[in-house]
Ligand binder design. Structure first.
Ligand code: 7TS
Length: 391
């Protein structure tokens, strides 16, 4: 039986063309790009091409910076801890604003900064599951707020936040704005020339590139204390020998992700809607967030009487890979942050189950998954006392 992968918000298959493009940089062109001999310098044009692809992928001008790093968790840590060092520890401000539904690498870094005395404001979400622009506007204290950090699209629900408007409020109030765009790149257009973001993070493995490499966009002229001190790589902004094969892969993956945006918005969206329609024919089921407000590939569903973890286990037994939300939090049986923020945990199960597609998902897989999901709910409800008693 062929397995069905519906966990593309956790990670994606590396596109075979990306893998092929990386190949020569392991054992043929393996020099350190900082070396002065040919082994080092012959790599430069390939790196330049990869960087150009990253810049044009998010429509960034050359005067801005994209720091290559190991993952989005690193990029997010860099922004939060860098701003802490630059504006809070050594400066006049003492507050960071974020949301209740950020990925753990933002929320837990904020919790760490809180332990150092920083005031963190966790913005709630509205009944649509997104942050209101007015809520942010009311929460900013221009003399105290050092940074606002709001994700572009949510990893659990796919809900897209009004980043252009949120960034504009921050610009107007003179406050730095960061967005974690991990779940937006390759799914919806991301254009830093139109949106006033100061910092933006992304990660190659979410758009069919390799794991272990990401990028941090920094708007021209902004200073950010490095997270890693050491050599002069990345102009002194991030020490450590760059992972050349992965950078080459990430550049191509970015170009292909942007080229595939129409396909995502049409075909992937249709497949997602097909699966969602099928899921919604199962009794006592809900999907979080309006379709039009979500990235085209994501469904967070809740089935009354069924905890997400139980269903993941059951589906996995039957060849379907899904998740409750962030794999980074999957050891703990905590409710999804979105469930808590939207106060929906009491109505249905405590945890939802996320199905996330990609451009590699097929119609045959979706139709097979729909049947398997229905069967799974029937099996699990037959043994669920909360379902039987609650009815
Ligand atoms: N930010 C968001 C919004 C994410 O979804 C993830 C990974 C990260 C940051 C971390 O990225 P990394 O490059 O450090 O791996 N999210 C998930 C997820 O939803 N399920 O598994 C991983």
């Amino acid at each position: 039986m062929d397995r069905i992968y519906l966990d593309s918000n956790a990670t994606t298959i590396v596109d075979p063309r990306v893998k092929e493009a990386m190949e020569p940089f392991f054992s043929q062109m393996y020099g350190n790009p900082n070396s002065l001999h040919d082994f080092g310098t012959e790599i430069h044009p390939y790196m330049r091409l990869a960087m150009d692809r990253l810049y044009s992928g998010i429509n960034a001008k050359d005067q801005n910076d994209i720091i290559i790093n190991s993952c989005a968790s690193e990029g997010n840590n860099h922004v939060l801890k860098g701003v802490y060092n630059d504006l809070i520890r050594n400066g006049p401000k003492n507050e960071i604003i974020t949301t209740q539904v950020e990925h753990p690498c933002v929320r837990n870094t904020c919790a760490f900064l809180e332990s150092l005395g920083v005031k963190i404001i966790y913005l709630p979400v509205n009944s649509d599951g997104i942050v209101d622009v007015d809520t942010l506007r009311r929460s900013i204290h221009p003399d105290k707020t050092a940074l606002v950090s709001v994700m572009w699209a949510n990893n659990e629900t796919g809900l897209i936040f009004p980043i252009a408007e949120l960034a504009a409020v921050c610009r107007e109030k003179g406050v730095l704005f960061h967005t974690d765009a991990v779940q937006a790149i390759g799914k919806i257009p991301v254009d830093v020339s139109r949106v006033a973001v100061d910092f933006l993070t992304f990660s190659a493995h979410k758009f069919h590139g390799p794991k272990g490499i990401g990028g941090l966009f920094i708007r021209q002229g902004l200073k950010l204390t490095p997270l890693l001190h050491g050599g002069e790589q990345m102009g002194g902004k991030r020490a450590g020998t760059i992972n050349v094969p992965y950078l080459i892969g990430m550049g191509l993956a970015m170009e292909m992700a942007v080229d595939s945006l129409n396909y995502e918005a049409s075909t992937v969206r249709l497949l997602r809607d097909r699966l969602e329609d099928a899921i919604l024919t199962i009794p006592d089921t809900m999907v979080v967030g309006k379709r039009a407000l979500r990235t085209p590939n994501t469904i967070l569903a809740s089935f009354r009487g069924i905890e997400g973890e139980a269903m993941i286990w059951d589906l996995n037994q039957n060849g379907v890979a899904a998740s409750t939300g962030s794999a980074c939090a999957s050891e703990s049986l905590e409710p999804n942050p979105t469930f808590v923020a939207m106060r929906i945990s009491d109505e249905l199960a405590h945890t939802g189950i996320r199905f996330s597609l990609s451009r590699f998902s097929t119609e045959e897989e979706i139709d097979r998954a729909a049947v398997l999901i229905r069967q799974s709910t029937q099996r699990l409800r037959a043994i669920s006392s909360t379902y039987k008693n609650g009815k």
